[in-house]
Design a protein around this ligand. Structure first.
Ligand SMILES: [Zn+2]
Length: 354
């Protein structure tokens, strides 16, 4: 359900943290769920427990996921320390990342906005304002995931209003205002399930995203969805989301085995074919990539089928969890293998009782 990032395997990465192996610098950053902080592999701070660690390929991904850079190893700084002329600004950013900065603010600190911009571009591979925006969006998504209400989300992350939140999401997702259909946003709502909260996104046109909320890749997902449908995303309620919440609840209660929700399965024609096939795998049964490829009449396309399975944006409703390896092995699941196991077991038990 998320794009695959090439990372060393998790055990190797964790060992590098234990060993404070600076050789792994630049290959990944480590984020600690319990503290909300991310570090370089070689950080000298206390080694976190394995189960609390999450890995990202780049610092800006960790940042977008709502983590703060560690003050000790300063993982945002690619080469050495912050130059003396910039220390005051960097300290101010660390102290209050929700603050809005204007050129006048920078000038008041005796800094040249052009010079600041160039430095951020070179060292963080993004503009100064993109850095601040990403940081704020990270905070906002984090709060949405943890269930704070919409208004406090907007306010706590430095937005005066929901329209500010929407505008920033819009900028952050790289949409020019003209390419966004005005007046029809995609709305996002939380749905509580026994496997943890999910976020559902949809509009009049149907449900377009359903994902477990603890997935730190969610900001990326929002970005992809907003681009794909050329619509802004903002927190809110919509009949299609309430209906999704009801049907998901019934699914978990064991009273529903099929969904009747309007779905937006936009994608390439290959993707659409695969997702349709996934929808057709009955409750309580499994299939394999090879089998699906055969059914498509493209027996050699099982890898592409696997990738498309992973690109599914609608967890549970488009049951990508029902695809296992041909030897019965579970293989990956973007929402976490433990969830896939749980879902398959839940469906198997109900099927047996019928
Ligand atoms: Zn650190």
């Amino acid at each position: 359900m998320n794009a695959t990032i090439t990372l060393p395997d998790p055990n190797t990465m964790y060992q590098a943290i234990v060993d404070r192996d600076a050789e792994m610098e630049g290959l990944f950053v480590m984020a600690v769920k319990t503290t909300g902080i991310f570090c370089r592999p070689g950080c000298k701070a206390k080694t976190p427990k394995r189960e609390n660690v999450e890995f990202f390929a780049t610092a800006d991904q960790a940042l977008a996921a709502g983590y703060r850079p560690c003050k000790r190893c300063r993982p945002m700084e690619l080469s050495g320390s912050v130059p003396a002329w910039l220390t005051q600004l960097v300290d101010a950013l660390e102290a209050d990342s929700s603050r809005r900065w204007t050129n006048a603010d920078l000038e008041a600190m005796g800094l040249s906005p052009i010079r600041v911009r160039r430095w951020f571009q070179q060292h963080y591979r993004m503009t100064f304002h993109a850095y601040l925006r990403t940081r704020r969006i990270g905070l906002a998504v984090d709060m949405l995931q943890t269930g704070k209400d919409v208004t406090s989300t907007a306010l706590d992350s430095g937005y005066e209003s929901l329209s500010g939140f929407r505008d920033s999401l819009r900028k952050w997702t790289g949409q020019s205002p003209t390419s966004i259909k005005d007046g029809e946003p995609i709305l996002v709502q939380r749905i509580l399930t026994p496997l943890g909260p999910m976020l559902a996104a949809g509009s009049d046109a149907g449900l377009c995203l359903l994902e477990f909320a603890d997935r730190k890749m969610l900001p990326k997902q929002f970005e992809r969805v907003s681009k794909l449908f050329a619509q802004p995303i903002l927190p809110g309620t919509h009949p299609v989301l309430s209906e999704a919440a009801d049907q998901i609840e019934q699914y978990f209660q064991g009273t529903r085995t099929e969904f009747t929700l309007p779905l937006r399965l936009d994608g390439t024609s290959f993707q659409q074919q695969v997702w349709k096939l996934l929808e057709g795998i009955p409750f309580g049964q499994t299939s394999s990539y090879g089998e699906l490829a055969e059914r498509l009449g493209k027996p050699t396309a099982s890898r592409a089928v696997g990738r498309t399975n992973g690109d599914n944006r609608l967890a549970i409703v488009v049951p990508c969890h029902r695809v296992v390896r041909s030897d019965g092995h579970l293989c990956g699941y973007a929402g976490g293998l433990w969830r896939k196991k749980w879902l398959l077991e839940h469906e198997r038990k109900l099927n047996h009782n019928q």
